[in-house]
Write a protein that binds this ligand. Structure first.
Ligand SMILES: Nc1ncnc2c1ncn2[C@@H]1O[C@H](COP(=O)(O)OP(=O)(O)OP(=O)(O)O)[C@@H](O)[C@H]1O
Ligand SMILES: O=c1[nH]c(=O)c2[nH+]cn([C@@H]3O[C@H](COP(=O)(O)O)[C@@H](O)[C@H]3O)c2[nH]1
Ligand SMILES: NC(=O)CC[C@H](N)C(=O)O
Ligand SMILES: [Mg+2]
Length: 509
């Protein structure tokens, strides 16, 4: 299959570029800027995109790619930092102009350039740069300009080298997706062959070959990723798959019953259910630090998997629902650890399993969902909101106690009922309640109360990397608030979280 390589320089939008390429039905991979050339130059590579980044190409020690990449005779598209790097590596000059550009800007495209051919030449683009290309390398021409940026795009078409100062991957660049598609189809001559529904058969066949007749244990949470991973493996190896679902006591209200009903009763999967409530809660007793909670839960999950595996003849393979963003965040780039996700950073070193199989580790969430639909998993499962492995533990600030768990479970159930009743389930990426460990004074039934505060968190997103708070209509919020206070014991106040990500994160811990 054709592929595009997206070179990561630590920018905010690298993943977004990759998603856009995939949305155009072209396969792509993100590689770090310092990857060895032989990882980048296989025959199926049709072109390269050099992504953005926070550094200035003129500073010492900043991320650079191998200049040989520009000399392979394959098309290269530089975006922002990637554009500036292309200019610099080929002998142009990058400098700090008097004004940078941030946000939406008017642009004029030169239609003679293959990237803009046939597009409306007067449009708007989204900019975010302090530096700019002030002198182009030899043989390049300017192909777009804005009021403050005479070289908003440059090209050397005889060598298929293109550079954009603006970001075609963000929605605010009006014709951005068209420009990317021109690069992919007209310049790199990629075929539209990355079609998720068509991949299921090949994935099942290669799982069959990879696993053979060995036995496998799959950690099934009832979430989208592990459900799709488990169904794929089930189709590949049938009864050699055993699934394991752990109730760690921090699941949503009625979640355990629902998972068992869908996957054991309706799907007929071989599913072990472990009631480990006491075990997890006693390990977490007195623990208040968020990272410590996450690590305890991550380790305890694996220990439970191992103990149960030993009871069924010790399958050596563990299946996990890890997806591409988990892999990128833990491997590529040079990002800070914000929180340890239990299935990636949180895995203990010594494990009884000799092999981990992660059939979805190359896919984005929207692709996992499309695959789930193609595999016949019901829409009610495929479109569920993500639920973190550590569960309500990261939604109860401070120590976890049965009293607090009940408040979060009951208030969350009301929120979910009302969001469903309002028909907003598909519009909101995640929605849940949080117990921040705060009490306040209120008046109920003419008497004073001094009780718990519940926060509602609801966000819109397409990949959980950046989010905005959901604009739930006030009337619906009012109904949720009054139901929570009336129906959940010990709650006398409800607040709405209006923080985006960044600077917040989705979960509170
Ligand atoms: N309660 C659980 N029992 C067994 N395995 C679990 C449980 N919770 C999480 N896991 C494992 O951890 C992995 C990562 O969890 P994560 O929440 O990212 O994915 P998911 O639950 O499958 O999907 P979603 O993101 O939609 O919630 C899961 O794919 C699953 O393998
Ligand atoms: O399986 C998981 N194990 C974890 O440890 C974990 N922590 C956060 N999340 C989910 O990841 C997404 C991003 O969350 P944050 O904005 O809170 O970092 C959101 O979808 C969160 O619900 C987790 N999922
Ligand atoms: N978004 C980017 O890639 C920015 C590139 C570079 N850091 C600049 O400020 O110009
Ligand atoms: Mg989950």
């Amino acid at each position: 299959m054709n592929k595009i390589i997206v070179v990561d320089f630590g920018g905010q939008y690298t993943q977004l570029i990759a998603r856009r390429v995939r949305e155009a039905h072209v396969y792509c991979e993100i590689v770090p800027f310092d990857a060895a050339m032989d990882r980048l130059t296989s025959e199926d590579v049709r072109g390269y995109i050099l992504a953005g980044g926070p550094n200035s190409v003129n500073d010492p020690g900043v991320p650079m790619c191998d200049p040989a990449l520009l000399d392979l005779g394959k098309p290269v598209l530089g975006i922002c930092y990637g554009a500036q790097l292309m200019a610099k590596l080929l002998g142009g000059i990058v400098d700090k102009p008097e004004t940078g550009e941030y946000g939406g800007v008017d642009v004029v495209y030169d239609e003679r350039c293959a990237l803009f051919a046939g597009l409306n030449p007067n449009s708007t683009v989204w900019m975010s740069h302090n530096d700019a290309i002030v002198k182009m390398p030899q043989g390049f021409v300017s192909a777009a300009h804005t009021p403050h940026c005479p070289i908003a795009a440059m090209a050397r078409e005889d060598q298929q080298l293109y550079a954009l100062q603006f970001h075609p991957e963000v929605q605010h660049t009006k014709l951005g997706f068209d420009i990317l598609k021109k690069f992919l189809y007209d310049i790199c001559h990629c075929a539209e062959e990355w079609i998720i529904g068509d991949l299921a058969g090949g994935m099942i066949a290669s799982l069959k070959a990879e696993i053979g007749d060995r036995r496998v244990l799959s950690a099934l949470s009832g979430g989208v990723d592990s459900a799709v991973a488990s169904v794929l493996v089930h189709k590949a190896i049938g009864d050699n798959l055993t699934c394991i679902f752990v109730d760690h006591g921090m699941l949503r209200k009625n979640e355990a019953e629902r998972v068992l009903q869908v996957y054991r009763d309706e799907f007929g999967m071989n599913l072990i259910f472990v009631d480990a409530k006491e075990r997890f809660l006693s390990k977490l007793k007195g623990v208040t630090d968020p990272e410590e909670k996450r690590k305890i839960i991550g380790t305890e999950f694996i220990r439970v998997f191992e103990e149960e595996a030993a009871k069924i003849g010790s399958p050596e393979i563990l299946v996990q629902g890890t997806i591409y963003p988990d892999v990128i965040e833990s491997g590529v780039g040079h990002a800070n650890t914000i929180k340890s996700h239990h299935n990636v950073g949180g895995l203990p070193e010594n494990m009884a399993f000799t092999k981990i199989v992660e059939p979805l580790r190359g896919l984005f969430k929207d692709e996992v969902r499309a695959l789930g639909v193609a595999l016949g998993i019901p829409a009610s499962q495929v479109w569920r909101q993500p639920f973190p492995g550590p569960g309500l533990a990261v939604r109860i600030l401070g120590e976890i106690t049965p009293y607090k768990l009940k408040i979060v479970q009951d208030s969350d159930a009301i929120l979910r009922e009302e969001i469903a009743a309002a028909g907003l389930e598909r519009d909101i990426w995640q929605y849940f309640t949080v117990l921040p460990n705060v009490r306040s004074v209120g008046v109920m039934g003419d008497g004073r109360t001094y009780d718990e505060l519940v926060a509602i968190r609801a966000v819109t997103s397409s990949d959980a990397m950046t989010v905005d708070f959901a604009r739930i209509p006030y009337e619906i919020l009012a109904k949720i608030s009054s139901r929570i206070i009336a129906e959940v014991d010990h709650v006398n106040r409800v607040v709405y979280d209006v923080t985006s990500k960044p600077p917040g994160t989705i979960e509170w811990e």
